[in-house]
Each structure stands twice: as structure tokens, then as C-alpha cells.
Design a protein around this ligand. Structure first.
Ligand SMILES: Cc1cc2nc3c(=O)[nH]c(=O)nc-3n(C[C@H](O)[C@H](O)[C@H](O)COP(=O)(O)OP(=O)(O)OC[C@H]3O[C@@H](n4cnc5c(N)ncnc54)[C@H](O)[C@@H]3O)c2cc1C
Ligand SMILES: NC(=O)c1ccc[n+]([C@@H]2O[C@H](COP(=O)([O-])OP(=O)(O)OC[C@H]3O[C@@H](n4cnc5c(N)ncnc54)[C@H](O)[C@@H]3O)[C@@H](O)[C@H]2O)c1
Length: 456
């Protein structure tokens, strides 16, 4: 430290990024009596609460109601006249998101955390600058999250990103999503129920690559019935603005095509948000997957620096529960100079389409390639009571059980309510309950949880 810092510029820990990871770590260290400052260039709350999980799921609620009424259309429910009022649904979303920055910042202050606003830039290994003011701390946590991956086809600047989609004042009739991942599927399923005709373009042979392919096929079929068109193996060669909207130029197996739409949305992946940090000045190594960290989340080149969440190159997926687990482990290691490592086992994940697609643990091909002798318990649940009751016609479960131990090594579900059910399976996997034990555990009947025994 060559520069002389004022008292209010010196902290025990500076956290960069006030999303789920940054807030969890800052709160934990401050509650142990550390002098902590946290900084964000945007209002506090991060992607999940303001621009991701929560606003998305509020919009999905409107879409779910439309879908639910449609499924019961010939079963005593008159769906005539029912529609999504996008502007009011958006207002409902704002009713939640608008209060988040203040409540999160107030909570941090109540824990004694100094809250700063602006872009943090490293000026040395233990120094950062925010809005022209220099700060020093012997420990710095990078929790800057992720940002949409840059795209290189001509006209990519016409695309809107997920944040802009979640703030649309009105939903146009023709929407094209670039990329067949979480964002595109979830948004397209909302858009279809809200009266739009969404198209998902994915360049790979299969969309949603990290999910069970048999269940992805069922989801695509169910989505088609709801008006979601998925085109795989298709590359975008350019996007052109025209008076009536946008012309999206495509190439499918060497054949050129063009689709005209009103809106083109980026759902083609996200990358760690590191570009504004000047990591070279901090001596912090990084790559395309994020900050290079050891298993205990410490920078491999600067021992003062830790990273957690979407910004860190770890085995964990870019998901909120992973960001929080990593942040707590990083905070504990920072506090105690410890070497704890995050436990990623049995982290469940869901694509919140209607109905949802969920996964925990290994895919079938992963388990087989590890040489495991697995019993694949596949069940078509589309005619089960829980799906019949709501008029649903699609649903399936694939649970992989290790024959030698009777432990569940992976579970893949597609159907209404299964994003809740998977949490029970995750718990069983984490704490070593066998399939037999889980099957014999009573559940409220009738409930989604009571499906589990039969799935096993
Ligand atoms: C549309 C969408 C829907 C999603 N839905 C789900 C879901 O349903 N479930 C789920 O588990 N996950 C979901 N995710 C993923 C989840 O939101 C992220 O994994 C999680 O929010 C990551 O948290 P984080 O704290 O690492 O980063 P973030 O929450 O992104 O926070 C990082 C913060 O750092 C700030 N920042 C960046 N650079 C700087 C800098 N130089 N100086 C100051 N501040 C900086 C940013 O402004 C940001 O606020 C979704 C993501 C998206 C985009
Ligand atoms: N429910 C959830 O938990 C949730 C929801 C949204 C996002 N997320 C997180 O955010 C991350 C990013 O989500 P995402 O949906 O943006 O990305 P993704 O990584 O899930 O999917 C991106 C897809 O876009 C395709 N693609 C990339 N470039 C393309 C191009 N030029 N043309 C056509 N296809 C292209 C890829 O092949 C891939 O299938 C996810 O990995 C996930 O961890 C989670």
C-alpha cells in the first residue's frame, strides 16, 4: 500500500457486486465484526431478484393461469375472454422488484456494511477505485455475476437482452429468441401464453443440452401445442431492421431462410462480467469461464482476492443457490483463513417452462460413462392423478438408481409441480437416503410429493 488512505477508505473486506453472492458474503463477514464495504454499479439486488429468477417467475404466473384455464377448457372452465394484460402483469412484477434495492441496501446497513455505488476498478492487488475514490482492503471478494455473451453475426446490436425483455411495456406478436437455453425456453413459454408467437433458434443439434434428452423432446412437443416453435441446428447469419420489424436471416443444413419478426431476444448464453474490473491491475488471473480460483475460491494469482457466484470459474452452475453456497464458503475462508470447499452435490435446477423441466444429479449418459450400473426408472406420468386433475396431457420421470447401493444418482422430471418435488429428491441424495427409504416415506395424499413413491 503506497497511497495513504483515510479511515473511511480502509476496510477489512471489499465486496464487488451486490447480487446474491456479494450480499451473502458481506452480511456474513460484517456479522462477525469485520469492517466491510460493498459496491455495485447498479441498484442493489443483482440479477436474481431484479433481472432474473424472481421477475421471470412473476410473469410466468400470468402465463400459468392462461395455460391452466386452457387445459380445463372442455372440463367445466370457460376460458373465453381470458387474456394476459401484459402492462398490468408488469406492474405486478414492479410491485416486487421496485422495493428490492432499498430493502437490500437497508439490510446491509443494518448489519454495519458500508454501501457504495459505482463501478469498481482494481488499482492494485488490495486496492480498488469507485467513482474516483480509492479504497484499500487486505481481502477483496469478486462477485460481479454474468452478462449476455457477445454475439458476432451482423445486426446483433438489434437484439434485446433478458433484462430488457423482463421490462417490456408491451409484448409484440412475433418474437424470435436466439439460443435454445434456459432464458429462451422460459421466456418463450411465457410469451406464447401471453398471445405472442415465439420462435426459438438454436444452433446445436439439441436445445437444453444439460437436461435429459427424452424429457426435452416431451417439452418441445408440449411447447409446440402451446405455440412455441423450436428450430435446432440453425445458425443466424444476420439480423436486419426493416420498417415492419426485423428480418432474421438463417441457415439450416446449408439452406438459407428468412423470418420476419417484431422483436429478437438474446438467449444465447451469459459470460462472467469482468470487463470493467481491470483485473490486470489487481494481478487477478481469469479466463472465459471467470476468475481462476482454487477449490476454496481464492484467486490463483492474488491471495488477497476471492471470487464467488457467476463470476468465478468453478464446477458450480451459474445458478442462485450455487452463488449463495460459494459466497458463504468464500466468506468463511476469508474470515478464518480457511480452506473449505463448496459442496455442489445434488444441486437441483429447473427450467421454468409450463410445465417445468427439472434435473438433479447425473444425466443417464453421464452415469453410464462413469461405469455405473444404473437402474433407469422411467415413468410416463401424463395420465397420473396429479396431472389428470389439472387437465395436463404431458409428464414423465426418469430416476437413475445405483443398483449396488440403491442410492439415487440422478433424477429428471417433466410435469406440473415437479420443481417442488425435486427438492425432496435432492435432500435424499445429499443425505444418503436410499430409493427404498424414500419410497417408504409417507407423503400427504393427494399431493405432488405423493407421486414420488410411484416414480421410484
Ligand atoms: C433471465 C434470468 C433468469 C434466471 N433465473 C434463474 C432461476 O430461476 N433460478 C436460478 O437459480 N438462477 C436463475 N438465473 C441465474 C441467477 O440469476 C444467477 O446465477 C445469480 O443471480 C448469480 O448471482 P451473483 O451474485 O453471482 O451475480 P449477480 O446477481 O449478477 O450480481 C452481480 C452484481 O455485480 C455488479 N457488478 C458487475 N461488475 C461490477 C463492477 N465492476 N463494479 C461494481 N459492480 C459490478 C452487477 O451490477 C450486479 O448487480 C437466471 C438468470 C437470468 C439472466
Ligand atoms: N431457471 C434457471 O435456473 C435459469 C434461468 C435463466 C438463466 N439461468 C442461468 O443463466 C445461464 C444463461 O442462460 P441462457 O439461456 O442465456 O444460456 P444457456 O447457456 O442456457 O443456453 C444458450 C444456448 O444458446 C445457444 N447459442 C449460443 N449462441 C448461439 C447463436 N449464435 N445462435 C443460436 N444459438 C446459439 C447455445 O447452443 C445454447 O443452447 C444459464 O446457463 C443458467 O445457468 C438459469
Amino acid at each position: 500500500m503506497t497511497k495513504k488512505y483515510e479511515e473511511h477508505e480502509k476496510y477489512d473486506l471489499i465486496v464487488i457486486g451486490a447480487g446474491m453472492a456479494g450480499i451473502a458474503a458481506a452480511t456474513k463477514c460484517a456479522s462477525q465484526g469485520w469492517r466491510v464495504a460493498i459496491v455495485d454499479s447498479l441498484p442493489y439486488g443483482g440479477t436474481c431478484a431484479l433481472r432474473g429468477c424472481d421477475p421471470k417467475k412473476i410473469l410466468r404466473r400470468g402465463a400459468e393461469i392462461l395455460d391452466a384455464a386452457h387445459l380445463m377448457g372442455d372440463k367445466g372452465i370457460d376460458e373465453g375472454g381470458l387474456s394476459v394484460n401484459w402492462a398490468q402483469l408488469m406492474k405486478h412484477k414492479h410491485g416486487f422488484t421496485d422495493g428490492v434495492p432499498t430493502s437490500m441496501e437497508d439490510d446491509l446497513k443494518a448489519h454495519g456494511v458500508q454501501t457504495l455505488h459505482g463501478t469498481a476498478v482494481f488499482t492494485g492487488p488490495t486496492e480498488v477505485e469507485v467513482s474516483g475514490v480509492g479504497y484499500h482492503a487486505p481481502k477483496i471478494l469478486i462477485a460481479t455475476g454474468a452478462t449476455p455473451a457477445p454475439l458476432d453475426f451482423p445486426g446483433h446490436e438489434h437484439l434485446i437482452d433478458s433484462t430488457a425483455f423482463l421490462n417490456l411495456e408491451s409484448l409484440p406478436p412475433r418474437v424470435l429468441f436466439v439460443g435454445g437455453g434456459f432464458v429462451s425456453f422460459e421466456f418463450a413459454h411465457i410469451a406464447a401464453r401471453a398471445g405472442s408467437r415465439p420462435i426459438i433458434i438454436d444452433r446445436g443439434p439439441r436445445p437444453l443440452k444439460s437436461f435429459d434428452p427424452d424429457l426435452v423432446d416431451l417439452l418441445i412437443r408440449r411447447g409446440t401445442q402451446a405455440g412455441v416453435d423450436v428450430q435446432s441446428g440453425t445458425s443466424i447469419t444476420g439480423v436486419e431492421k426493416v420498417p415492419a420489424g426485423y428480418q432474421v436471416h438463417l441457415e439450416q443444413q446449408g439452406v438459407a431462410a428468412m423470418i420476419e419478426v417484431d422483436l429478437v431476444v438474446h438467449g444465447a448464453g451469459r459470460l462472467p462480467d469482468l470487463s470493467r474490473l481491470d483485473l490486470e491491475a489487481g494481478g487477478v488471473a481469469y479466463g472465459p469461464r471467470g476468475i481462476d480460483v482454487t477449490a476454496d475460491l481464492q484467486s490463483v494469482t492474488n491471495s488477497a482476492v476471492y471470487a464467488a457466484g457467476d463470476a468465478a470459474d468453478t464446477q458450480g452452475m451459474p445458478l442462485t443457490p450455487v452463488a449463495v453456497v460459494e459466497a458463504k464458503v468464500a466468506a468463511s475462508n476469508i474470515l478464518k483463513s480457511g480452506n473449505a470447499v463448496p459442496d455442489y452435490a445434488a444441486t437441483p435446477t429447473a427450467v421454468f417452462t409450463i410445465p417445468e423441466l427439472v434435473r438433479v444429479g447425473a444425466l443417464e449418459n453421464e452415469a453410464r460413462s462413469r461405469g455405473m450400473d444404473i437402474d433407469v426408472r422411467y415413468t410416463d406420468t401424463s395420465r397420473w392423478f396429479s396431472q389428470y386433475r389439472v387437465g395436463e396431457t404431458a409428464g414423465a420421470a426418469k430416476i437413475l438408481v445405483d443398483r449396488s447401493t440403491d442410492l439415487i444418482v440422478g433424477a429428471h422430471l417433466f410435469g406440473h409441480g415437479y420443481a417442488e418435488l425435486v427438492n425432496t429428491i435432492s435432500l435424499a441424495m445429499k443425505y444418503g437416503l436410499t430409493a427404498r427409504e424414500l419410497r417408504s416415506s409417507p407423503a400427504v395424499y393427494p399431493s405432488i410429493a405423493s407421486d414420488l413413491g410411484s416414480m421410484l
